[in-house]
Design a protein around this ligand. Structure first.
Ligand SMILES: Nc1ncnc2c1ncn2[C@@H]1O[C@H](COP(=O)(O)OP(=O)(O)OP(=O)(O)O)[C@@H](O)[C@H]1O
Length: 240
């Protein structure tokens, strides 16, 4: 199966402002998201996950290596929906993603309703943003990406501000979307520091200090990867 996204021997540096030396944050990263997979990138805080996402989004230059995104469109959802939601109602926020596509109003309506249905917000289209819970706002941010019919979702710690019920609700929603995609082409890169989320992964990678130190090719290998992550945390004194 071909890759939706692939990094090969990727090096990325950060810093270097006001006379300081820039340092390599991503070191020889090899990572592959197969089409139709929910690939999870697991790593501690500071391991380089966000740097990898920012590089994919084109916000950071590549020092060496290759990065290819083979499917389009590709949409990002970030950890804090308050930073991405800009319009006053649920409907206008989702419809905003289509403003430049010159679509008939009936088509816009159909697409917005579909995106809201996909995240279980179809009954809230007229609601104002201020009335939504944190979980509903994160679902809305996801709908804002889905309305553009993406082939690749980049999901950067999107459960960080959610309680357990909403955390697993969003996980199930993303998993169902990928498994239910009729062409089997929707893929996602899900970045997390919460190892319990990996039970939903089709495949996964473990990042430590900017390097990929472990890979689970399928769900049967995820348990070993999580144990490796726990070992990394223990060795680095991060277990309270
Ligand atoms: N703007 C920056 N300039 C210099 N170094 C940076 C910058 N942003 C991050 N770093 C460094 O890069 C490394 C990786 O950080 P990054 O934010 O990518 O990790 P992360 O795994 O996403 O962590 P978190 O889960 O806390 O967001 C860290 O050592 C961090 O200090």
């Amino acid at each position: 199966m071909s890759a939706a996204l692939e990094a090969r021997r990727l090096w990325v540096k950060r810093g270097g402002g006001s006379g300081e030396q820039s340092k390599a944050v991503l070191k020889n990263v090899n990572l592959r998201v197969q089409r139709g997979h929910l690939h999870m990138l697991l790593g501690k805080n500071g391991s380089g996950k966000s740097t990898f996402m920012e590089t994919i989004a084109g916000l950071l230059p590549i020092s060496s290596g290759e990065l290819s995104v083979a499917v389009q469109p590709c949409r990002v959802v970030s950890q804090n929906p308050d930073h991405s939601i800009i319009l006053p109602t649920v409907w206008s926020e989702v419809a905003f993603g289509l403003w430049d596509q010159d679509l008939e109003p009936a088509v816009v309506e159909e697409k917005v309703l579909k995106a809201l249905r996909q995240v279980n917000l179809e009954g809230m289209s007229a609601s104002s943003i201020g009335t939504l819970s944190g979980g509903q706002k994160q679902r809305l941010a996801l709908a804002g990406a889905l309305v553009e019919s993406p082939k690749l979702l980049l999901l950067d710690e999107i459960t960080s501000f959610l309680d357990v019920e909403n955390q697993f609700g969003v996980l199930r929603t993303v998993k169902d979307l990928i498994q239910g995609d009729p062409e089997g082409e929707l893929s996602a890169l899900w970045v997390t520091h919460r190892s319990e989320e990996l039970q939903y992964a089709s495949s996964a990678s473990l990042m430590d200090k900017g390097e990929i130190v472990g890979v689970a090719a399928d769900q049967s290998e995820v348990g070993d990867l999580v144990r490796q992550f726990e070992q990394v945390c223990r060795l680095q004194g991060d277990v309270w």
